[in-house]
Structure formats: C-alpha cells, structure tokens
Design a protein around this ligand. Sequence first.
Ligand SMILES: C[S@@+](CC[C@H](N)C(=O)[O-])C[C@H]1O[C@@H](n2cnc3c(N)ncnc32)[C@H](O)[C@@H]1O
Length: 249
Amino acid sequence: MFQKQTVKEFIEWCNKWIQNSYDILAENSALYVWLGADQNDNFQPLPQFMIMMSVTDFKSRSFITMRNQRGYGTQKNWMAIRQELLYYTKGNPEYKVQYTDIPKILKGYYKEVEGKITETSERSKSDTIRSGNVWVDIQQVFYRMEENVNGCYGQKPLKSIERIIRASSLEGELITDFFSHSGTTLIAAERTNRRCFTIDIDPLFAEISIRSLEHLRTDGKSGWQASNPFAKELSELNNKELEEIGITV
Ligand SMILES: C[S@@+](CC[C@H](N)C(=O)[O-])C[C@H]1O[C@@H](n2cnc3c(N)ncnc32)[C@H](O)[C@@H]1O
C-alpha cells in the first residue's frame, strides 16, 4: 500500500504533521515520537528528523531507548534490540516521575556493606526505582501476551504507552495518536482514564483499533493473545473462502 519515500520527502511530510500537532496541542503539552533508525543507511531518518525538530518550537527533553528482548541481524552485526522514543514539549507541561520495578538486569551490581557482599536490590529499601531514559523492564509484545493483536507488527507495548501517558498528562485530559495501528494508545488512554482521539490511514487498522476498544469495554481484555480481531468472521468462512484470502487450512 505504501510507496517508499526518499528521506527528504519523509521529513517534509513529518514536518507537516509536526506543525499541525504543534497547532492543535494544548499550551502546555508533551509530544512523544517513536522513530526507527536504519543502521545500514546512516541511521536515517532519525538524525534528519532531529534536525527538522530543532527548528520547530518544540523543546527537546529526552531521548528514550526501549530494549527489545528479541532482535535481528545477529550474525554479522550487533543484534539490534532497541526502539527509539523522542520526548518533546510545547510550553511548560508537568512531568510526573514514574517508578518501575527494579529491573532484573540491575542485579549483579555488587558492593561490600559491613563486610558482606550485597547486590543492588538487597541494599534498596524500596522495590521500585525512578524510571530513567533507558527502559529495560518492558516486555516486547508477543503472541502469548494478552495484549497481542495478531497481524499488527508495529504494536508497541501497552506498558510503555501507559508510562508516557501517566508521566505527561492528567486524568480526563486528551491524548492524540495519528498512527493508531492496533490501537495501543486508545487502550492505554481508556485504562488510565484519559480521552483519546486517534486515526489510521489504513481502514483495516482503524477497524482493529475500534474492535480493540470494544473488546476492552465488553470483555476487559487488552488484546486477543493468540486469536485475532476477526475470529468471528473467519469462523463463518468455509475452507475454500479461507484459501481465497490466503489462509491455508
Ligand atoms: C508503527 S504503527 C504505530 C504503532 C502504534 N502506535 C501501536 O502502538 O500499536 C504505524 C501506523 O501508522 C499508520 N500510518 C502510516 N502513514 C499514515 C498516515 N499518513 N496517516 C495516518 N496513519 C498512517 C500505519 O497504517 C500504521 O498502522
């Protein structure tokens, strides 16, 4: 469906929705952008995007890295296991510190206390720490998780979106996401008592987003795990009809 654009075209398009976003956002608000970086092509479009942002009125605040558990390119390069998330603000919105469970990865930081070797979590009085800008405590979405929506390969973990929403908005406030996909932002907004306006250029993803919200409201589920949003329609098709839409039975 999508044609590959040059980086220049992509950035010009980004510049338009970034300007539109600036215009519609409240006086004091936050903007978060997930953006990939092609390591085989000078990490585009991340640097070009950052430069484009530098001449807007948004203020850069943080460059968050979220760690994926699984990656790609394991044989000939460092395994790519990160997702980049840029945090910008308009005006002067509040930022609320978020706490996370002490990630297992931090264990192994040993220190001698009164002659005894202790590990980080043993010395801490708390079970949580302040979330920094490297997130290693969020599970990448996969088919065994309730929130999984089959067929949505760009699905972001619900926990990551809820963290952003809680850090940068209050209950009852409005969240927007112009790239809804599986509807994660919609679901996260519902679960954190915010309002949400969302769109997707692809009607299939728009439909999936609507079904996701309905599914949450009727069954209390955040996704379909190993099933999918069209299970009912698919169950009504015979084998020939299934084969016609590319499903082997
Ligand atoms: C990577 S996904 C977003 C992931 C989503 N935030 C989530 O967590 O599930 C990108 C989505 O943007 C949509 N999209 C691409 N170009 C668009 C455009 N010009 N306007 C609106 N949506 C667009 C795609 O159809 C796709 O569903």
